[in-house]
Design a protein around this ligand. Structure first.
Ligand SMILES: *[C@@H]1O[C@H](CO)[C@@H](O)[C@H](O)[C@H]1NC(C)=O
Ligand SMILES: *[C@@H]1O[C@H](CO)[C@@H](O)[C@H](O)[C@H]1NC(C)=O
Length: 365
């Protein structure tokens, strides 16, 4: 039982490093669902995908100095959150599958968590059309069900249940669905009013989270969408100013999501969550960047052209030497230092940005 001795070893290491820290015992796993903001390399395994980051200059500040598939100069928010709860970064699900050829009962699941996140992914199946190929949230939850079955085989039904009930389920999704709606060739904008569309995003996400709950998930860390109309790709369409509609509907979606999480909690009292108000925190960075040591909030660090957003971050692009000064790494994604600021607020933020509790509190529920 290689997997068992491995987890025993990890547990021992944990106790050895952190003394009697409750952290090691209280968060046994981190399961990550979402889009490029938290993708750690799943898309490296999708041959047709246009949403890839497994080439320079991504990863210049990663410990290995190499591109990993993260849409960042270094680590992303999922990596930082894992560090904060004393876990290794959750590995990409598709890397585990490719290692064991197919996910058979003999292959050991990494018991400290798995990441299903995929660049370009949305709550809706159709959202990834723009990027040709990604793992939509429905499919991410489908992959999770396979991992769940495997954990039951490895740990027994009760063991798996106990493990999952203490694990964190991070969900970072929604931006791509909104970008898709406000894209100029959008089909969905002809089908739905923006209010109908954000309502459908909220209800679809709720259904998927219920499935996760049915498969043992109890502690959710759910992020709202950020100030998406202010990313370089959007600003360049409005003389460097933010796109107002995209921001307006981001706020509406976030309001709906918050209400839906509250509802879920009323329906299942043993479900717990921390909602992170990405919009609020990101807006704080935009309004008062100096407070965080940031000087460039409009242009990307890596790219070419206007706001470095005409050409994305590809090997022929230039990148800035002062990554810590920039809010954005590329035309859509935050720098490693911005992600670190986000993760700090997710973990220990005050109630106006992490509600009804932050992750530090969620862990001890
Ligand atoms: C999304 O795709 C999955 C199959 O991958 C399917 O089972 C599901 O019904 C689809 N959802 C919608 C809303 O079309
Ligand atoms: C462009 O920015 C200006 C200034 O913030 C704003 O008033 C205007 O509504 C924006 N236009 C669009 C299309 O978002």
């Amino acid at each position: 039982m290689a997997s068992l001795s491995m987890s025993a070893f990890l547990f021992f290491l944990c106790v050895f490093v952190f003394g009697t820290s409750v952290l090691c015992e209280s968060v046994p796993g981190l399961y990550v669902f979402g889009d490029s903001l938290v993708d750690v390399g799943n898309n490296n395994y999708l041959s047709l995908s246009l949403a890839k980051a497994d080439f320079p200059h991504n990863g210049v500040d990663f410990p290995t100095g190499k591109a990993t598939g993260r849409f960042s100069n270094g680590k992303n928010a999922a990596d930082f959150l894992a560090e904060k709860v004393g876990l290794p970064s959750a590995p990409p699900y598709l890397s585990l599958v490719s290692k064991s050829k197919k996910l058979s009962s003999s292959s050991a699941t990494v018991v400290t968590g798995v990441s299903f996140a995929s660049g370009g992914a949305g709550i809706f199946n159709g959202t990834d059309e723009l990027f040709k190929q990604s793992i939509p949230l429905t499919k991410q939850v489908g992959f999770y069900s396979l991992v769940h079955d495997q954990l039951v085989q490895q740990m027994g039904s009760e063991g798996a249940q106990a493990h999952l009930a203490k694990s964190l389920f991070l969900v970072v999704i929604g931006s791509n669905d909104l970008f898709g709606y406000f894209n100029k060739d959008s089909k969905v904008s002809k089908q739905y009013t923006p209010q109908q569309y954000v309502d459908l995003m909220v209800s679809t996400l709720k259904e998927l989270m219920k499935k996760m709950y049915e498969m043992g998930a109890r502690k959710f860390v759910v992020s709202g969408v950020g100030v998406i109309g202010c990313c370089p790709a959007q600003r360049k369409q409005n003389s460097s100013e933010c796109k107002v509609e995209a921001n307006h509907w981001s706020v509406k979606y976030n309001e709906g999501l918050k209400a839906s999480l509250h509802e879920m909690k009323l329906e299942s009292s043993d479900m717990h969550y921390s909602y992170f108000d990405t919009y609020n925190v990101m807006n704080g960075l935009i309004q008062d960047p100096e407070k965080y040591g940031i000087t460039e909030i409009k242009a990307a660090c890596c790219g070419l052209g206007n706001l470095k957003a005409d050409i994305p971050c590809i090997p022929i692009s230039k990148y800035c030497s002062n990554r810590k000064d920039h809010l954005f790494w590329d035309l859509y994604h935050p720098t490693e230092s911005t992600s670190s600021i986000f993760a700090g607020h997710i973990y220990s933020g005050s109630q106006d940005v992490a509600t009804p509790v932050n992750v530090e509190q969620l862990v001890n529920v």
